[in-house]
Write a protein that binds this ligand. Structure first.
Ligand code: ADP
Ligand code: MG
Length: 638
C-alpha cells in the first residue's frame, strides 16, 4: 500500500483557510469582495469583540438560489470563472472559489440569501466545515453571512489574535479602503458601541475622502487625474523634467487606455513610513513594490530621504494587463508591462506635484499631517507614534493602543518647523480658515511679484506681495535655483567646470571605491575632472563652477558616503540628481550672509523662474506664506 493519499475535503479547506483567513479582517475582506462582486449598492457590517465573536455582513446584491448557496461552500466553486482562459482577464474581485469553504471550515457560519428572482430564500448553517442544516426561509433579496467564533476549532490560531481594539482597527481599515475605491456604494460598519464607518453613497472620490477623513486631510492633499497613458506627457522645458521624460517611446496600444487618478500629499506632509500609501488596481486594494517605488521616485528631491507621502492611487488598466492570481489573499499582482507602468506612474505623479506648486503656510508646524488608517507596509520599520495596520496584510507592527483605533488625526513627527511660530500666526491657525479646504498653491507669477523688504538674522528674506507676507530661506532658495540650472546644463552638456589651482587628492576605502566606480562617469559629465592616483586614491583636478575649492573634498565625500549608506545601485539618473543636489548645496548662498537689495531681488526672481520653487532638492520648504486671509483674520478684520 502506498503512503500517499488525497486529503479529505475538510482538511484541504482548513489548509486553504490558513492562507486566506489570518484574522477577522481577512474574513471581512472576503465577504466585502463577494458583496461587491454581487453588485451590491449597500454593504453593512456588524462586528462584536473585534470580529472574534461575531461578524455579520449584509448586502443587497444579486443573492443566490438554493443550489448555488450549497455549491458555494464546495472548494473551487465559483460563478466568476469558467475556463483557464478567464484567468487571464479577471474583472471580479474574487475568482478562486476558496473563501466561503475556508470560512466555513474555521468558524460557525450562517448564510442567508435570496436571489432577486426567487420568492423565498435559503438559510444554511455550517460549523467546522460540516453542513448542519439547510432551510427555506422568507428573506429579503441579497445576502447576509454571519461568521461566529472564528478559529473556535483551531485554538493555535485563535491564540494569535490580538486585542479586540486591534482587530477592530484592522477591520475598519479594510472597510475604509474599499469604501474609497467604491464611492458610489454605501458602507456601514457598526460595533456594539459605535459606528466607525458610515458612508452613504456619493458621486466622487473627493466626497468620499471628505466623508471618511474630513476637511483636515483634504487640505493636505492634491487631487489629480484621471490621466490616461495616451494623453500624459511631461513638459520637456526644464532639465529636471526632461530627465524624467518617458524614455519608453509610445506606450503599446493595449496600455494607452491605462488611467491614473487619486490624491497626493503636499511636500510638507512627511510620513515616517509607507503606511499612508494606498494603491488600487482596477479598484482592488493591492500591495505592490513597483508602484511604491514609482511613488517614491516621484517625490525624489521633493521629500527628504526616509520620508514618505500620503497617497491614494487608483490605476485602471485592461484586465489582461495585470495578473491578480499571484497570492491566495489577492493582495499582490504582477503587471505585464511592469517597467512601463512604473515609469508612467512616476512621471504622471511627478508632473502633478510640479503643477500643484504647493506652498508652506504659517505656521510651519502646520506641516503635521493627519493620519490615514495604515495600509500595506511590507518592510518598513515602524516609527510613527501609534502604529495601526491594515487587515489582509502581513503585520509587523505591535498592537495599537485602544484609543488609536478611531483614526483621529493626531499630529505625528513631521518636518522640523524651520522657524518659530509667532503670536500672530498662532492666533490664526490655518485649520480655522474657511478657505482652508482650498489647497494653498502658488503660481510662478505670484512669486514673481515678491518685493524683498529685508532679512531676518541675515538668513531669511522677508518679502511682501499683494497676496501676503512671505519668508524665504535664502540658502534653500538658492539651492533650488542652482539645482535646476545645473541639471539643465547637464542635459545640454554645458556644465561649467573650473580647474583647481592644486589637484586635490582623495582617499577612498574599498567600499567607497565601489561607489566611486558607479558614479565616476556621472561626475565627469558634471564637470569634475578626476584621475586615478595610485591605489584607492583619486586626484580631482577640476570641479563644477561655483563650488569653492575648499568645499570639493567635503562635497565628494558626502556624496560617496550618502550613496554608500543606501547600499544599493542607483540609476545614472538618480546619481545625476544626487550630484546636482550636492553641488547646489555647496555652491548656494549660506545662511548668516548679509544680502544687498539687488541680490535679494535677483534671488526671488530666479526662484520664481524655477520649476519647483516650493521645496529644496532635499525636500525642505523654501517659502512660507502668511496669506492675506490669515492676516485679516488675525487683525479681526474678517
Ligand atoms: P469567489 O468569490 O472566488 O467566487 P467565494 O468562495 O468567495 O469564491 O464565493 C463562491 C461563490 O458564492 C461566488 O462565486 C458567488 O457566486 C457566490 N457568492 C458569495 N458571496 C456572495 C454574495 N454576497 N452575494 C451573491 N453571491 C455570493
Ligand atoms: Mg470571494
Amino acid at each position: 500500500m502506498g503512503r500517499i493519499r488525497i486529503l479529505p475535503e475538510i482538511v484541504a479547506n482548513k489548509i486553504a483557510a490558513g492562507e486566506i483567513v489570518e484574522r477577522p479582517s481577512s474574513v471581512v475582506k472576503e465577504l466585502l469582495e463577494n458583496s461587491l462582486d454581487a453588485g451590491a449598492s449597500h454593504f453593512r457590517l456588524e462586528v462584536a469583540a473585534g470580529g472574534k465573536q461575531r461578524i455579520h455582513a449584509v448586502d443587497d446584491g444579486c443573492g443566490m438560489g438554493r443550489d448555488d448557496a450549497l455549491l458555494a461552500f464546495e472548494r473551487h466553486a465559483t460563478s466568476k470563472l469558467r475556463s483557464a482562459e478567464d484567468l487571464l482577464s479577471i474583472s471580479t474581485l474574487g475568482f478562486r472559489g476558496e473563501a466561503l469553504p475556508s470560512l466555513g471550515a474555521v468558524s460557525r457560519l450562517t448564510l442567508e440569501t435570496r436571489s432577486q428572482q426567487e420568492p423565498s430564500g435559503t438559510r444554511l448553517e455550517i460549523a467546522g466545515g460540516r453542513l448542519l442544516s439547510v432551510q427555506e426561509a422568507g428573506l429579503p433579496a441579497g445576502t447576509a453571512i454571519t461568521v461566529s467564533d472564528l478559529f473556535y476549532n483551531i485554538p493555535a490560531r485563535r491564540k494569535f489574535l490580538r486585542s479586540e481594539a486591534t482587530e477592530l482597527s484592522h477591520i475598519t481599515s479594510v472597510v475604509m479602503h474599499y469604501s474609497l475605491a467604491y464611492p458610489e456604494i454605501a458602507f456601514q460598519l457598526r460595533t456594539l458601541s459605535g459606528e466607525p464607518v458610515n458612508a452613504p453613497a456619493v458621486d466622487s472620490l473627493r466626497e468620499r475622502v471628505f466623508q471618511l477623513f474630513g476637511e483636515e486631510l483634504l487640505e493636505q492633499l492634491v487631487q489629480f487625474g484621471p490621466l490616461t497613458a495616451e494623453s500624459f506627457s511631461p513638459s520637456p522645458n526644464s532639465g529636471e523634467a526632461k530627465t524624467k521624460k518617458l524614455e519608453n517611446k509610445e506606450p503599446p496600444s493595449e496600455m494607452q487606455s491605462m488611467r491614473l487618478s487619486g490624491f497626493l500629499s503636499r511636500p510638507q506632509v512627511q510620513k515616517l513610513n509607507r503606511n499612508s500609501i494606498y494603491t488600487f488596481v482596477n479598484r482592488r486594494l493591492i500591495r505592490d513594490r513597483v508602484l511604491l517605488h514609482a511613488i517614491q521616485e516621484a517625490y525624489h528631491n521633493i521629500l527628504p530621504r526616509h520620508s514618505f507621502p500620503v497617497a491614494l492611487l487608483f490605476l485602471e488598466m485592461p484586465y489582461e494587463e495585470v495578473d491578480v492570481n499571484v497570492h491566495p489573499s489577492k493582495v499582490e499582482v504582477r503587471f505585464r508591462h511592469q517597467a512601463l507602468v512604473h515609469n508612467l506612474v512616476r512621471d504622471a505623479l511627478r508632473e502633478c506635484l510640479t503643477a500643484a506648486k504647493p506652498v508652506s503656510t504659517f505656521p510651519a508646524g502646520a506641516s503635521q499631517a493627519p493620519e490615514l488608517p495604515r495600509g500595506p507596509s511590507p518592510s518598513e520599520p515602524v516609527r510613527d507614534a501609534a502604529p495601526v495596520a491594515a487587515a489582509g496584510f502581513h503585520l509587523t507592527q505591535p498592537a495599537l493602543p485602544p484609543q488609536a483605533q478611531s483614526f483621529r488625526f493626531e499630529p505625528t513627527a513631521a518636518a522640523e518647523p524651520r522657524m518659530e511660530v509667532t503670536a500672530a500666526s498662532a492666533a490664526a491657525p490655518i485649520s480655522e480658515s474657511p478657505s482652508a479646504n482650498i489647497p494653498p498653491a502658488v503660481s510662478n507669477s505670484e512669486l514673481s511679484e515678491l518685493r524683498p523688504l529685508g532679512q531676518i538674522q541675515e538668513s531669511f528674506i522677508v518679502a511682501a506681495s499683494p497676496s501676503g507676507l512671505w519668508l524665504i530661506d535664502q540658502h534653500v532658495a538658492h539651492e533650488r535655483i542652482l539645482f535646476e540650472k545645473f541639471l539643465s546644463q547637464r542635459e545640454s552638456g554645458t556644465v561649467e567646470s573650473q580647474r583647481l589651482l592644486m589637484p586635490y587628492v582623495l582617499r577612498l576605502n574599498a567600499s567607497q571605491q565601489a561607489v566611486w566606480d558607479q558614479i565616476h562617469s556621472e561626475l565627469e559629465a558634471a564637470g569634475f575632472e578626476v584621475e586615478p592616483f595610485g591605489q584607492n586614491t583619486v586626484a580631482v583636478k577640476a570641479a563644477p563652477g561655483g563650488v569653492k575649492a575648499d568645499d570639493v573634498e567635503k562635497l565628494l565625500l558626502e556624496l560617496v558616503e550618502s550613496i554608500e549608506e543606501e547600499k544599493r545601485a542607483f540609476s545614472p539618473e538618480v546619481v545625476r540628481h544626487k550630484i546636482a543636489a550636492s553641488v547646489a548645496c555647496h555652491a548656494a548662498i549660506k545662511v548668516n550672509t548679509p544680502l544687498e537689495q539687488r541680490k535679494m531681488e535677483w534671488l526671488l526672481s530666479a526662484l520664481a523662474a524655477t520649476r519647483f520653487p516650493m521645496s529644496c532638492p532635499h525636500g525642505r520648504p523654501i517659502v512660507l506664506k502668511y496669506g492675506m486671509r490669515e492676516i485679516l483674520k488675525a487683525f479681526h478684520r474678517i
